[in-house]
Design a protein around this ligand. Structure first.
Ligand code: PRP
Ligand code: URA
Length: 209
């Protein structure tokens, strides 16, 4: 079974409070989402392998470390996942970015795909799938499946707010994918929204409601 890492760092929790607040407008919402994503990316990349190299400081020769292993890819689930990209790229600027377009059918709550564009060397990369919200888990499970269908094996998932139902669904469908979240909320309501959550992440990010 995959692991679920809850990032309860005080800075993340503080910023999420303002993100949840219904009085936070789109500009501030975007800024907070990027800041939290950067902080979370720090933790999600904690176990990246290092290799030793020799360098020369102004003082002497020294052994030091650089990232080794596969290169990174970040895959936001559209639309709301887009709001996490800039923050993550601040930390890992050479990561390639793929996009998966999915929306939830409002009646069935099942994901509908409308776009998929991944880096050409995607199978050679460690991938982080990102979306602020993990509600029923349908979108995340489908996005991960698209990526696996392209031959990718090393995938982790990063969400800000998750419902227990969503975590369970992704873990069941993809027991090899570790999940990194900032908060696990109480439940889903009858419309599939996370309670207390933050409302519709895409609408709040882009001001579409
Ligand atoms: C939201 C969110 C996730 C999905 C989560 O996107 O950003 O992708 O819902 O719900 P689930 O876990 O039940 O699948 P939405 O479908 O509202 O599309 P949008 O980002 O374009 O607004
Ligand atoms: N999508 C959102 O944007 N918010 C939720 O609470 C659930 C799905």
């Amino acid at each position: 079974m995959s692991k679920v890492v809850v990032m309860d760092h005080p800075l993340i929790q503080h910023k999420i409070t303002y993100l949840r607040d219904k009085n936070t407008g789109s500009k501030e919402f975007r800024e907070l989402l990027n800041e939290i994503s950067m902080l979370m990316a720090y933790e999600v990349t904690r176990d990246l392998p290092l290799t030793e190299v020799e360098i020369e400081t102004p003082i002497c020769k020294a052994k030091s470390y650089v990232l080794a292993g596969k290169k990174l890819g970040v895959v936001p689930i559209l639309r709301a996942g887009l709001g996490m990209i800039d923050g993550i790229l601040e930390l890992v600027p050479h990561a390639r970015v793929g996009h998966i377009g999915l929306y939830r059918d409002p009646k069935t709550l099942e994901p509908v795909e409308y776009y998929c564009k991944l880096p050409s060397d995607v199978t050679e990369r460690d991938l982080i799938v990102v979306d602020p919200m993990l509600a029923t888990g349908g979108s995340a499970a489908a996005a991960i499946q698209f990526i696996k269908n392209r031959g990718c094996k090393s995938i982790r998932m990063m969400n800000l707010i998750a419902a227990p139902e969503g975590i369970e669904r992704v873990q069941k469908a993809h027991p090899d994918v570790d999940i990194y979240v900032a908060c696990v909320d109480e439940k889903l309501n009858s419309h599939g929204y996370i309670v207390p959550g933050l409302g519709d992440a895409g609408d709040r990010l882009f001001g579409t409601k």
